[in-house]
Design a protein around this ligand. Sequence first.
Ligand SMILES: Nc1ncnc2c1ncn2[C@@H]1O[C@H](COP(=O)(O)OP(=O)(O)OP(=O)(O)O)[C@@H](O)[C@H]1O
Ligand SMILES: [Mg+2]
Length: 293
Amino acid sequence: MVGNVTDEAERTAASAAARAAGVSVQAGVRATEPEPAAEPGIAVEMRNISLWYGQKQAVGNVSLDVPRNRVTALIGPSGCGKSTLLRCINRMNDLIDGVRIEGEVMIDGANIYAPNTEPSQVRRHVGMVFQKPNPFPKSIYDNVAFGAKINGYTGNMDDLVEESLTKAALWDEVKHELKKSGLALSGGQQQRLCIARAIAVNPEIVLMDEPCSALDPIATQRIEDLMLELANDYTIVVVTHNMQQAARVSHKTAFMLAEDDLVGRLIEFSDTDEIFLNPQDSRTEEYITGRFG
Ligand SMILES: Nc1ncnc2c1ncn2[C@@H]1O[C@H](COP(=O)(O)OP(=O)(O)OP(=O)(O)O)[C@@H](O)[C@H]1O
Ligand SMILES: [Mg+2]
């Protein structure tokens, strides 16, 4: 067992270091990552995802390709399954009793629902930011360092904390008070702290479920700017109720709807401009023009 833990820690540290250096390590093979292409690859491929909470089906047969290094928005009326679908990307629904999922979610060519895949491994590559900022009752520093410590990070922790807070556009505001509690920050700062915490473990994908809905307009704008910046390094999937926000920050938009049977389905998925300027489905048009939802 001890040997396994050590191996795992070494692999994680090697992987973290390699990824920091722009090198990806997969299945023991180290390959230099290609220059970013004009057309992004696919970061997450959802194939025929259906989900049931007990007897009740909440998501029906959704297939969706999330492009790498882009912001993809999930929009649709309350209860249409946006959060549920988002949580399928990091196996967070596994934590809910009675959930059954069909279909596949491919990340880096592997189905995260394959029988031998550990949900905790998946969550290491797929970070999550929630609607309500939820810092741990710990210092700012410890909030950011938390995941890396658990993963056995062997690099320089001070550098990692600074780098993550800088990427989350929070460093300048907190650099002189890193020992202060994360809970003592403003709501907008707490949300940026949670983003710093999510990216400190160097995920490939960051999921955000209505990350601005508890924030004022200025804090919201900071997070929106940040999402676009982060897309240079990460793949972002964001659930939002705010259509202006989807139009401002996302490259791709998926519109979901639960009709009479209350099963959330994907109605349309396209470039954000297309969805907002030239929707192909009348239901999309009705939603974005505010006629329902
Ligand atoms: N833990 C749960 N147990 C049972 N049913 C659930 C659970 N979570 C969500 N649901 C149901 O699944 C459906 C989809 O919910 P979900 O939270 O994904 O919708 P949503 O689009 O994110 O809505 P909102 O915009 O209000 O956040 C709803 O009918 C909801 O009641
Ligand atoms: Mg939701």
